[in-house]
Ligand binder design. Structure first.
Ligand SMILES: Cc1cc2nc3c(=O)[nH]c(=O)nc-3n(C[C@H](O)[C@H](O)[C@H](O)COP(=O)(O)OP(=O)(O)OC[C@H]3O[C@@H](n4cnc5c(N)ncnc54)[C@H](O)[C@@H]3O)c2cc1C
Length: 414
């Protein structure tokens, strides 16, 4: 049986990897030249520490405050849209303590499973994507953030994710790459990081060698289908690609693709930016999140990547320089020797995080078509959760019972 995957992001490629390994004929269709998408310029963190979904009690008040600050890490571009209104309503409903409590074990299990998959992938001699298990440092400068992070650390230890609360001196003894100016931090030794651009390129080369066919610059603009099955993909280049089994892993564009099949999915793009400083001698040794500013800093070989901001932008590629300035201005407050300057727009990467309203991914078979599987909505954690998603998709297609409980990831839950 041939499996056709729409989307060559980390979710599509991870699915292709495990399906190919399981012996399926696989082809991947993508509208880009296979170097775009959210999976390239992200912060490269593999973060089981992030077991709390985006929608949490208190986030609405924080979000509203941020909406009025041009340099803040969060923004929703106001627009008249039924989809956005429905998304916001479901987001609001997901912010209850009960919903968050039930989401936590699901995210933890998916994340730990995925990290194990990365450890195995790193053993593949043909893949060398700078996978490093150096942990993650959550840094804070004020007591409010400290209190919040200590609460998260306590919860982490309770659910089996190791977290160490550190004072300012202890942070310095861990972080020997460059001086820090913080009141403390929480260190998660179980987190890891990698170079996403290297991973994506190597996976593509590896998969091509193993016979996976890639159709780049091939935008899906419709389908041939009947009431049971999707029969073929229609592309912008007038090509028709016959389908045996279809996986839709279109990142933030997934609702647009599903609309051609009259399937509704609530998902908004969380646009973020990153800037990569090349040959940065002064750089942290340990990846970190600057918690008050919501900025991620990741050493990648000799480079340092700095990323942040979540703008619900309706897939707008416009670079909002104020927000990028907000990201870069935060850096010297935590690492006084690092003073990144504002680059021109060509050096600013942007990507769209596919955000579901409850912060959980959509992974599962369609209820409408017997040969359709959906994998999207991984929001801020798609890189972390990619391999586990690929494994789960493969297990589903093989009709095996999944390695972890996937009930909460039902693509039809809204
Ligand atoms: C600033 C930033 C930092 C981040 N840092 C991290 C991090 O440290 N760790 C982490 O785990 N996650 C991180 N993320 C999130 C992560 O990057 C995403 O969750 C992940 O890349 C999503 O992968 P995806 O495969 O679902 O989507 P994408 O990578 O966007 O892939 C979707 C693909 O579908 C294709 N497509 C869409 N529509 C069509 C169509 N009609 N026809 C054909 N092809 C189509 C697109 O061209 C695209 O290539 C970060 C994101 C941002 C923005």
């Amino acid at each position: 049986m041939k499996i056709t995957i729409i989307g060559a992001g980390i979710i599509g490629l991870s699915s292709a990897y495990y399906l190919n390994e399981a012996g399926y004929e696989v082809e991947v269709v993508d509208k880009s030249d296979l170097s775009e998408g959210c999976s390239f310029g992200n912060a490269g963190m593999i973060v089981p520490s992030h077991f709390i979904p985006l929608a949490t009690p208190g986030i609405i008040t924080k979000g509203l405050r941020w909406m009025f600050d041009a340099k803040s890490p969060f923004y929703i571009k106001p627009r008249m849209s039924l989809e956005l209104a429905q998304w916001l309503w479901q987001f609001y409903k997901s912010c209850s303590s009960a919903k968050v409590e039930s989401a936590i074990p699901a995210l933890r299990d998916l994340s730990l499973f995925s990290k194990k998959c990365y450890q195995d992938l790193a053993q593949n001699p043909e893949l060398n994507f700078n996978f490093e298990e150096e942990g993650l440092m959550m840094l804070f400068k004020n007591h409010k953030a400290q209190k919040e992070e200590i609460e998260v650390a306590e919860k982490a230890n309770e659910i089996g994710i190791e977290a160490k609360v550190l004072n300012a001196e202890e942070v310095k003894s861990y972080e020997t790459g460059t001086p820090t100016d913080v009141i403390g931090g929480v260190f998660y030794p179980g987190d890891a990081h990698l170079h996403p651009n290297v991973l994506m390129n190597q996976m593509m080369v590896y998969l091509k060698k193993r016979g996976v066919i890639f159709h780049g610059n091939t935008e899906v603009v419709g389908f041939d289908y009947n009431h049971e099955k999707v029969n073929a993909i229609k592309t912008k280049t007038q090509k028709t690609i016959k389908v045996d089994h279809l996986i839709i892993a279109g990142g933030s564009w997934t609702p647009k693709v599903l609309k051609f099949l009259k399937i509704k999915m609530l998902l908004q793009d969380g646009k973020g930016y990153s800037v990569t400083l090349k040959n940065q001698n002064d750089r942290p040794k340990i990846p970190s999140i600057l918690t008050e500013a919501k900025v991620a800093m990741t050493p990648m070989g000799d480079d340092l990547r700095i990323g942040g901001t979540l703008e619900i932008s309706n897939l707008s590629s416009k670079i909002n320089r104020n927000r990028v300035a907000g990201i870069l201005e935060a850096v010297p407050k935590y690492y006084p020797k690092l003073k990144p300057t504002m680059p021109d727009n060509q050096a600013i990467w942007h990507g769209f995080r596919p955000c579901s309203p409850d912060g959980l991914p959509y992974i599962g078979h369609s209820k409408k078509f017997e040969n359709l599987t959906i994998a999207s909505g991984h929001a801020m954690m798609g890189l972390s959760l990619g391999p586990a998603t690929g494994r789960l998709i493969t297990e589903m297609i093989q009709e095996q019972s999944p390695s972890i409980d996937i009930k909460l990831f039902d693509p039809h839950r809204f």
